[in-house]
Design a protein around this ligand. Sequence first.
Ligand SMILES: [Zn+2]
Length: 109
Amino acid sequence: MTTDTLSPALTSLTVPAARCDACGAVPALDLPGGYLECARCHARRVMFQGAEAHLAAELAPLLGIWAQHWQAAGLTERQLTDVLELMSLTDLAAQPEAATAAEGGEGSE
Ligand SMILES: [Zn+2]
């Protein structure tokens, strides 16, 4: 429908444009879940949530084994949560190099 087919009363109506809660851009859409976002912030949030879900799916089996091991050794769930909270992406990215060095590294025979 074009504005040519609307009555003059309808064409004079204006809807206030919503502002993005994240960046302040206009227009923003009122989305399910209570998000008021522009297209760019919406895409970024969806990618963030996708990365979070992907990481959780990949790590869940490994974390389960890790948690069972350390709980059997005497650590509490709270202590293990503290360990996880102290880990950063930088720490995790450095682990392959540390593991290689601990094993004697490449070409160190
Ligand atoms: Zn935005």
